[in-house]
Design a protein around this ligand. Structure first.
Ligand code: ZN
Length: 405
């Protein structure tokens, strides 16, 4: 089919989406509490919903969390296009005035836990998925919808899907998480590397501190020196703040000392370096150099942590890729704005997809900026006017991506 004819057909299908249906589904999802590790009920609801629409969804158990839901339209094609969202939320934070599970709409805003992060996105993905299947459009790819769990804790759900082969044939994935709203496509993210710094001093009676070496005093010097380290900046990538993407570093924990009157001989720091694409993810050498420069009397051991969830690489999907271009085109079509391409500052499920599968991935969806960006905050709310538009954009983008083999 010629591009113009194809686009007209895609638009016709996407325009059949009823915004009211997307909003009602977002409300329904908000009304089923799904704090991470307790996603069982919402997972069952999504299963039931998909089955009611005539699909054959499968439930994939995740250790310690509610099960993920995977549902496919089409079969036997060489490739699939993925639509992905997480169904868990953070806890109810202090300060809610609205019922966090009431899903009330007031002055065009839908209030509720997960309104932004990310039950609106999830509802928009689901309706787009259903619309694509019901359209009967001939596609060259399967379309796979995934609702995952555990994103807010450690991405356990998506890792389970990756391990179980659900990304093997995927040629591109859209995550419906819309930090910043529909004016933004997140096409990359920083990663994170974690380090443990062990400071080993020398104990002595507390009344004669000069006879010992205080590990706590030396750890304090290390913390000050860490603050002075120069962070690397990316040449071409932009953060969602609009500034150039840069590393950052934080001491997450300090522990040491005892109750007895003794010179503390042990102090441990846990630090995190947020890393950026194109630059080292292991900065152990940099840390050693900084510590050596201090000439401490304590012995210092520095180890990068490599356990699950400890290390995530930064990633980015090229700005001129088929995935980015197609999403950008349809966002422009439905919002009349050219979306900004940004990199997220924090890690998320898309890091796992990029790192463990190599599948091109981007995130965008209904969301807010500035004061309204109450992610992980009380009074979380989203402008409902975005929900139908987001669903149409997902629908059009996937139809176009799935029309090519
Ligand atoms: Zn989220």
């Amino acid at each position: 089919m010629k591009a113009a004819g194809r686009d007209a057909a895609i638009t016709r299908i996407s325009e059949s989406i009823d915004a009211k249906e997307v909003i009602a589904l977002a409300q329904e999802l908000i009304r089923v509490p799904s704090v991470y590790r307790k996603e069982h009920q919402v997972s069952a609801r999504i299963m039931k919903k998909l089955a009611g629409w005539g699909f054959d969804p499968i439930s994939v158990p995740v250790e310690g969390f509610g099960p993920c839901v995977v549902c496919q339209h089409g079969k036997g094609k060489k490739h699939s296009v993925g639509l992905n969202g997480h169904m868990d939320t953070v806890e109810v934070k202090e300060g809610w005035k609205h019922d966090p599970f009431g899903a009330k709409i007031e002055k065009g805003m839908l209030y509720g836990l997960g309104a932004l992060d990310m039950k609106s996105g999830l509802a928009a993905l689901m309706i787009a998925f259903k619309t694509i299947a019901e359209s009967g459009a001939k596609l060259d790819c399967n379309v796979r919808f995934q609702a995952v769990t555990g994103e807010e804790e450690n991405s356990a759900g998506i890792r389970t899907l990756i391990v179980n082969g659900f990304f093997k044939d995927v040629k591109a994935t859209i995550v419906g998480e819309g930090i910043g709203g529909l004016g933004v496509i997140t096409h990359g993210r920083r990663g994170g590397s974690y380090y443990e710094i062990d400071v080993i001093g020398k104990s002595a009676h507390g009344s004669t501190p000069h006879l010992g070496v205080s590990a706590i005093a030396d750890a304090a010097k290390i913390i000050t020196a860490l603050d002075g380290m120069k962070m690397r900046t990316s040449n071409g990538l932009v953060a969602d703040s609009g500034k150039r993407l840069a590393e950052s570093q934080l001491v997450l924990r300090i522990s040491g000392g005892d109750v007895s009157y003794s010179v503390p001989d042990r102090c441990t720091l846990r630090i995190m370096r947020a890393t950026i694409p194109g630059h080292p993810i292991d900065i152990t050498k940099d840390l050693r150099r900084v510590v050596r420069g201090l000439g401490l009397r304590s012995r210092v051991e520095i180890k990068m942590q490599m356990g699950p969830g400890d290390l995530l690489k930064p990633y980015f999907s090229p700005t001129d890729s088929e995935l980015v271009n197609t999403a950008r085109k349809w966002i422009k079509h439905y919002t009349a704005n050219n979306p900004r391409l940004v990199c997220g500052l924090s890690e998320a499920d898309d890091n796992q997809v990029a790192e463990l599968t190599g599948v091109p991935v981007i995130c965008f969806g209904p969301g807010e900026r500035g004061k309204l960006a109450r992610y992980h905050q009380p009074e979380e709310a989203v402008k409902v006017s975005q929900l139908g538009i987001a669903s149409k954009i997902y629908c059009s983008t996937v139809l176009e991506l799935a029309s090519a083999p």
